[in-house]
Ligand binder design. Sequence first.
Ligand code: TRP
Ligand code: ZN
Length: 869
Amino acid sequence: MNIAANPVIEADQTIYLKDYQKPSYLVDSIHLDIQVFAEYTQVNSKLVMQRQTAGDLVLLGRDLELKSIHVNSQPLLENQYHLDTEQLIIPNAPDIAVVETSVIIHPESNTQLEGLYQAAGDLFVTQNEPEGFRKITFYPDRPDVLSVFTTRVEADKKFPVLLANGNLIEKGEVGENRHYAIWQDPTKKPAYLFACVIGDLAVLKDHYVTSEGRNVALEIYAEEKDIPKCHIAMEALKHSMRWDEEHYGRPYDLDNYMIVATSAFNMGAMENKGLNIFNTSCVLADEEYTTDAAIMRVQSVIAHEYFHNWTGNRITCRDWFQLCLKEGLTVFRDQSFSEDLQSAAVQRIDDVAVLKAHQFPEDSGPLSHPPRPDHFVEINNFYTATVYEKGAEINRMMATLLGKEKFRKGTDEYFKRHDGQAVTVEDWVEALTAGSGVDLSAFLTWYNQPGTPKLEAKGVYDAAHQTYTLSFKQSLKAHPKYPNLKAVPIPVALALFNAETGEQLVLNSEALFENGVKDGVYLFDQDQATIQFKDVKVQPIVSLLRNFSAPVNLEFNYSDADLAFLLQFETNGFNQWQAAQTLLERILLNNHDAEVYVQAMKDTLPVLIEKDPLLASRLFDVPSEGYLGSRIDADYNPAVIQEKRNALLSTLANELGSFCKETYLALDPDSQKEFSQAMGVRALKNILLAMIARQGDRSAFELAEAQYNHTCNMSERLGALRVLVWNDAPQASAVLNDFYNRFKDEALSIDQWFMVQAAHPKATAETIKALTEHSDYDLGTPNRIRSVSGGLNANPVNTWSFGVQHFIELAKYLDEKNPIVGSRLLQVLSRWYTLAEPQRSQVKVELEALKPLVKSKNVSETLSSMLNV
Ligand code: TRP
Ligand code: ZN
């Protein structure tokens, strides 16, 4: 039987981009009727389908119990269709086919959190991206099939809230105990954006008037007790709506926008049309219960999902290989939004830190893939740092090169050309090119090949001729699956500084023009190139990749003193931070002396703390043990890294001496006007408190206890808790108990309680065992699993000893219960092959032993990639 209407599924289950074919049928409209009962749910659907190309009529469906099927009102006989575990195929179907099916599904026992599932006693929600809709009804579940959805939801009255996408057009009762609501979404959309919610939730209401004068009702649904924690999200939503109008000319297009919070969620949040569903961790925000970092994250995720309305929903992806089209662009948009919320430099620091800690290691290991992959087995495995974060970087590079005005012309052209369509990465780059008048086609190479380019640069000053010559070279590590790697366009933002005075030099504009350097950005797009600056009267120090203008590994012949200079005098806050990071990597990985770094910190901090406490707090960042480990490709010994890092932290604490305590006592977050600066002061105080403890000063514990007791702010409370717990202070168990009792009904706060203990520097297998046997530990709630696993993984020494067992057991269990999460957690072990022996072989044996035990495509694809090194 011909099943080619979908990208061909071959015997080995790999799906290839090159095999893409248009769907044979489109769906003009779908009517869904979802009736929820305690022990099952019945879904009736009616699809009005129209032939587009030759081929069978193919409906995808998984775990559906088919009760009946009709085509154009005639029941189908068993020999008129073919049904297997993945699809229902109707050969020789008429050109216009009204297909009606009735199926039974079981959301009450759905632990995978995909399709329609019961999230908690009183809540049913959906998660359909990327391929969950096929677990609700038979449908051509692929993003290039767009349809108008009408949804009837029916349930017991104990679930007063009945939601679906679009406008509420009718509601009523069914007998005495049941009721229904009918929703219609006027905008055509792919099935992955369908959502419905059935539950008993409270709601926070507001409204927003768009630039076109549309009055939009805004609603955030959550448990009653959590409604006070929804205000920050509501403000962020209104702010996002305004921001997208101002920066991209994109107003909202429906009369309502609803957000629903649930703790049973695999990822952060989901942009379903007009009905976002959020992990509670990405919507609930309150100084008393959640940290400053979590509050920032809530605002960025709210913006992210809202921005998807144009980049993802109105214009969607042709197929799932194009995932980074919507995700890379939307992450770039939410990062830009967050840069406007707080210090742009600090937002950039935080975003690049994530990129370097997650995407760079991913891209240098066995799970490396292009931002737009050309094959996959399980698409859920490709919601990766590479697709999201590197995808965002590609858009940022193009935006940097074009400048604000031309970039806007490019995006305007994209929206004009493709509104209502399902498109590809090529369509995006072509629209940007056409709108801006600048040929960006070379950037497609970034989408199509894996790996982090190495950018080697050298600078030579010729005092006699007053020239400064910069030479560049780029290279990529060979990749077995992608043999024809090409040079990529690398925008290098740069500045020269006077080495004597620290002042920035004005770049000679004629020279800039000659060199192709415009607005301080040089586009390096060859394997090698040289540029020269003229009339450079003094020895300069160059600062490269300002604001991290390209996602590459830079190698430049800086002396440690040059880096100390940039740490102190760079005016770009990001590069100031980067200089500190580079120095620290040299100390921690290449045995450089710490003295230059410590002196630069001493010289820089006092002024910076006054001027910009938030940036100052980031200057204290010391690369995590995990990040440092990821920079090592062979013979990695986590204990050695741990020891060196601890030694460095002690040196810094001791060298800063009384400055730590004096500054700690002088800083007052409540004296700051801006939230972001108050957040900076809180971060600084926590860092300094940890330093005081590291100095061996026992008064740190009293300070911590006082900080813990005299605050209503979670960042302050948690900072104090960490110092007491991680240093085994006499007060440790009392504050842990207090924290637990104070917050026992607040899941997000209790996640932190688990995490602090799991991340104890001396945590043992017994520590983790006690936590996973705690009555509040729950394998059905991904947030809780992540809090313990994430805490454990904060100490790579533990990850690579008893942690191996922990992650393998989890993968084994979740393989069946929740393979999306199981596959992601297993990836923690993906750099096993870099370990020194005998650990390397030991871990390999354990991973190989897991192989025959796993069944899901998710976990088995990840595991076989991991073993294929
Ligand atoms: N599109 C979602 C986002 O980026 C991602 C997402 C949410 C998701 N839930 C998911 C992806 C479940 C896969 C599975 O905001
Ligand atoms: Zn997204």
